[in-house]
Write a new protein. Structure first.
Length: 110
């Protein structure tokens, strides 16, 4: 969560347009803001392994969402290629994390 707050100004600057339009008018800004709000709502359980998996899953989901927004709005072929690779990799890791979280969430509630 702290990383999201620290990166917010960097992300905003990175998405400012060359003609100095505010970052809020750029297509990626709503994606980043929405995901930061989602991350803020995740509370820590005290189980380091479980908390890591849940937070990392959210982080991977943000990368997936941002990559999808890039494909929708981006023009640069090399960045679009990177976005496609990120989507494939993050989906695999999200499946692994989902499996682990499901198995360990049941163990936590018993």
């Amino acid at each position: 969560m702290t990383v999201a707050f620290l990166l917010a100004p960097v992300i905003a600057v990175a998405y400012e347009s060359p003609n100095s339009e505010p970052a809020t008018t750029m297509p990626m800004q709503p994606v980043v803001a929405s995901n930061m709000k989602t991350k803020q709502g995740i509370s820590m359980t005290g189980d380091v392994d479980y908390d890591f998996a849940v937070k990392l899953r959210t982080h991977h989901q943000m990368a997936l969402t941002m990559s999808q927004a890039q494909l929708k709005n981006g023009k640069d072929a090399s960045i679009r290629d990177l976005a496609n690779k990120i989507i494939a990799a993050q989906r695999k890791e999200i499946r692994v994390l989902d499996h682990w979280i499901a198995a360990h969430d049941k163990a936590r509630t018993q």
